[in-house]
Design a protein around this ligand. Structure first.
Ligand code: FES
Length: 355
C-alpha cells in the first residue's frame, strides 16, 4: 500500500530535503530533521532565518514580523520561523553553522509543572518535569506554551495556535527530565503574566526545544557572562555548566548582571552556588535606573551594564569565551564594544537575539 505522508516535502537548492509535519514551521521542521538552518530568535524578530521560496506556497504566521525589512519583502524574502508550508516547497536556505557535537534536535514534549518559586517581584522560577530526559546544552532555550494560554485565531483559514514564547533553561541537562525556566512578567504581555501569575504545580506545559547557538563551548578558556534582565537564566545555566566540568577548579568566571532597579537583583545566589566549584567567580551587578529616579537603597553601580563592565580589569579578555544574553539593544551594545572597541574575535562571543 502507498504510504501517506502527513505534511509536505521541502527541498533546498543545495540538495537537502526534509518532511515538514502539518502546521510546523519551515525552520523548525528543518532543525527537527537535522538540517542545519541559520536562526537566532525563532520568533520573527531577528531576520536571521530569511530565505527565498523557489516553488510551492507557504502561509506566513506574521507577515509584518519585524525580522523582514520592506526591502526584503520587495525582494520576495520570507522568514523560515514564520512560514508554514501549504504544499511541497523548494527553498533556498542559508546553511547554518557547523553542527555541534551531541546536538539534540528540537522536539515537542509534554511537561508538568512541579514547582513555581519567586526569584524577585516579577520573576518566577518554573520547574517542569518530562517523562524522558531533559536534553539540551547549557545556554539554550525552548518555546513554551501552556494549556492555560488562550488559543490564538489568526487570519481566516489558519489553524488556531496557542501562543508560545522563548525561554531559556537555567538548570543543566539531566536524565530525570527536570527543566527550569526563569519567567519574567512583561507588563501587558499576552503570555508571560499567565506563566507568572497563574501557572501552578500540576499544570501542563508544552516544551518545543532545545534551540539556540549561545551554548557553553567545551573549550579550556575561562568564561565571561554578561546578562541583562531576563537574560539571566541562560547565563546561570552556562555558569552551572562550567562549574560541573571535571576541570572546574581551574576555571575562572566573571559574571556581569544588569537590571532595572534594586528589586531586580538576584544573580548573587547563583554566582555563590557555582563559586565553590570554580577557581574563582566574581559578580558585578548594576542597576540602570538613575539614583534621582529611584529610592531603592541601591549602593552599587548605576548605569547600563555595558558601560560598567570592567573589561579593562580582565587583561586576558581575548582568551575568554564570552556569553551575552538580554534585550537586543543591550546585546548589540555589548557585542559592538567587544568587537569594535576591544578587537575581540567574534568566534569567542556567543549570543542569541531575543525579542
Ligand atoms: Fe526567524 Fe529570528 S526571525 S529566527
Amino acid at each position: 500500500a502507498a504510504l501517506t505522508r502527513v505534511g509536505h516535502r521541502v527541498t533546498t537548492d543545495d540538495g537537502r530535503s526534509f518532511d515538514c509535519p502539518t502546521g510546523d514551521t519551515l525552520l523548525r521542521a528543518a532543525l527537527r530533521a537535522g538540517v542545519a538552518a541559520t536562526y537566532e530568535c525563532n520568533s520573527g524578530g531577528c531576520g536571521t532565518c530569511k530565505y527565498t521560496l523557489s516553488s510551492g506556497s507557504v502561509h506566513q504566521l506574521d507577515p509584518d514580523a519585524p525580522g523582514l525589512t520592506p526591502r526584503d519583502k520587495r525582494k520576495g524574502k520570507m522568514l523560515g520561523c514564520q512560514s508554514i508550508p501549504l504544499t511541497d516547497c523548494e527553498v533556498s536556505l542559508v546553511a547554518g553553522e557547523a553542527w555541534y557535537d551531541g546536538h539534540t534536535p528540537p522536539r515537542h514534549l509534554r511537561a508538568q509543572v512541579t514547582d513555581v518559586a519567586s526569584l524577585t517581584h516579577d520573576l518566577r522560577e518554573v520547574t517542569l518535569r518530562t517523562d524522558g530526559p531533559a536534553d539540551f546544552l547549557p545556554g539554550q532555550f525552548a518555546m513554551l506554551s501552556a494549556d492555560a494560554v488562550p488559543v490564538h485565531h489568526g487570519s481566516p483559514g489558519d489553524a488556531p495556535r496557542r501562543l508560545e514564547r522563548a525561554y531559556s533553561m537555567s538548570n543543566l541537562p539531566n536524565p530525570q527530565g527536570v527543566w527550569q525556566f526563569q519567567i519574567k512578567r512583561v507588563p501587558n504581555g499576552a503570555v508571560s503574566p499567565i506563566f507568572v501569575d497563574r501557572l501552578a504545580p500540576g499544570d501542563t506545559v508544552t516544551i518545543d526545544g532545545p534551540y539556540g547557538h549561545a551554548h557553553l563551548r567545551s573549550t579550556e578558556r575561562d568564561v565571561v557572562v554578561v546578562a541583562g534582565g531576563s537574560g539571566l537564566a541562560p547565563m546561570v545555566s552556562v555558569a552551572r555548566g562550567l562549574a560541573a566540568r571535571p576541570d572546574a577548579a581551574r576555571r575562572r568566571l566573571d559574571f556581569f548582571y544588569g537590571g532595572r532597579g534594586a528589586q531586580d537583583m538576584c544573580a548573587g545566589a547563583f554566582v555563590e552556588e557555582v563559586s565553590a566549584a570554580l577557581h574563582s567567580a566574581t559578580l558585578v551587578e548594576a542597576v540602570s535606573t538613575p539614583a534621582d529616579a529611584a529610592d531603592d537603597g541601591w549602593t552599587g553601580p548605576r548605569g547600563y551594564i555595558h558601560e560598567l563592565i570592567g573589561f579593562d580589569s580582565l587583561p586576558d579578555l581575548a582568551d575568554r569565551e564570552i556569553y551575552v544574553a538580554g534585550p537586543p539593544p543591550m546585546t548589540d551594545a555589548v557585542v559592538r564594544m567587544l568587537v569594535l572597541d576591544l578587537g575581540i574575535s567574534t568566534d569567542n562571543i556567543h549570543y542569541d537575539k531575543f525579542f
